[in-house]
Design a protein around this ligand. Structure first.
Ligand SMILES: Nc1ncnc2c1ncn2[C@@H]1O[C@H](COP(=O)(O)OP(=O)(O)OP(=O)(O)O)[C@@H](O)[C@H]1O
Ligand SMILES: [Mg+2]
Length: 319
């Protein structure tokens, strides 16, 4: 299977009035062509910052201190902003939680889609209109004509998210980053949108990075999953590895915290994972009942326990 994205040892910090705050540590993962890759972890664990770093969407006080990112073998970190812009949009598509703020309120869905299609394909307005309606149909909008003539605020949250997906698809990306794409939607609509992402990935061989709190979704959709805690990836494996034989105490606690009646995990404790006092130690240290002397001195590298299941935890290693 060929790798579309290779991320190695990302370290990201924010410059703030009270000094530099590290946010992402030594993050490495790779995504295969056509794969749905899941990133899970509690709030503040660095999921969005990691992806925003790769997509150059961090605010100006965010700084990539070290790390490499290769897209289809090309080092995209060293590209100029102008060169990078040809990737973002064309090769990479992004879907965020709040589509209302991403869609321009003064244009109808149709006007915006037509403008985008003309820009991308350089075709006439009449042809662009036909294509726009095709895309609205493709993302499962039944009354495409009505949606076409609507303003974003006139649509339901689920419809807006479908419109966002249509806009992304128009650009024919090879990689879609979906950061909590269903968080603000009700459960039935969430399932529909996730099913749509799966269909797109399968039919178009598009890779998807799905960031979510929804463990049900990652279990169903994702080939592989990385678990983040306090800016570190602490475990990476297949859905089976993560759910059936989790190795890191944080992953275990996360899975145990999924309420049986619900699909999302609850906060593990009052402690936000970002509040770990020493960034050079395991972010789960203060909450881990297995912590030993080694854990109080340093944090280990990710180590592969075999066949790609890797874990960052001292209790699993004798040295
Ligand atoms: N602009 C910023 N300035 C300073 N720190 C920031 C900034 N943006 C993010 N951070 C810090 O980076 C850390 C990771 O944030 P991030 O948004 O990646 O979390 P997340 O895992 O996406 O959480 P959530 O599930 O709530 O979206 C947090 O501790 C946050 O406080
Ligand atoms: Mg986030």
């Amino acid at each position: 299977m060929s790798k579309i994205l290779e991320v190695n040892n990302l370290n990201v910090a924010f410059d703030t009035a009270s000094g530099e705050i590290p946010a992402v540590h030594d993050v490495s993962f790779d995504v295969n062509e056509g794969e749905i890759y899941g990133i899970v972890g509690e709030s503040g664990s660095g999921k969005s910052v990691s992806m925003k770093t790769i997509m150059r969407l961090n605010p100006s006080n965010g700084r990539l201190n070290s790390g490499t990112v290769r897209y289809k073998g090309t080092d995209i970190i060293s590209l100029s902003d102008a060169e990078f812009l040809t990737y973002r949009g064309r090769e990479f598509g992004m879907i965020f939680q709040d589509s209302l703020t991403s869609l321009n309120p003064v244009y109808t869905v149709g006007e915006k889609l037509i403008e985008l299609i003309i820009h991308i394909r350089g075709i006439k307005r009449k042809e662009a209109r036909v294509i726009a309606l095709e895309y609205l149909n493709e993302v499962g909008i039944n009354d495409a004509e009505r949606c076409f003539n609507s303003y974003p605020h006139e649509l339901s949250g689920g419809m807006r998210q479908r419109v966002m997906i249509a806009m992304v698809l128009v650009c024919e990306p090879k990689l879609i980053v979906a950061d909590e794409p269903t968080t603000s939607l009700d459960v039935t609509i969430q399932a529909q949108i996730l099913k749509l992402l799966k269909k797109i990935s399968l039919e178009k061989r598009v890779s998807v990075i799905l960031i979510t709190h929804d463990f049900g979704a990652v279990a169903q959709l994702c080939g592989r999953i990385s678990v983040m805690c306090g800016g570190y990836i602490v475990e990476t494996g297949t859905a089976e590895d993560i759910f059936l034989s989790p190795g890191h105490p944080y992953t275990k606690a996360l899975i145990a915290s999924i309420p049986s009646s619900g699909r999302e995990f609850e906060a593990l404790s009052e402690n936000d994972s970002s509040t770990s006092s020493d960034a050079s130690l395991c972010p789960f240290l203060g909450r881990c009942k297995y912590a030993n002397e080694k854990c109080r001195k340093s944090i280990p590298e990710m180590r592969d326990t075999g066949s790609g299941h890797s874990i960052r935890c001292w209790i699993l290693y004798s040295n």
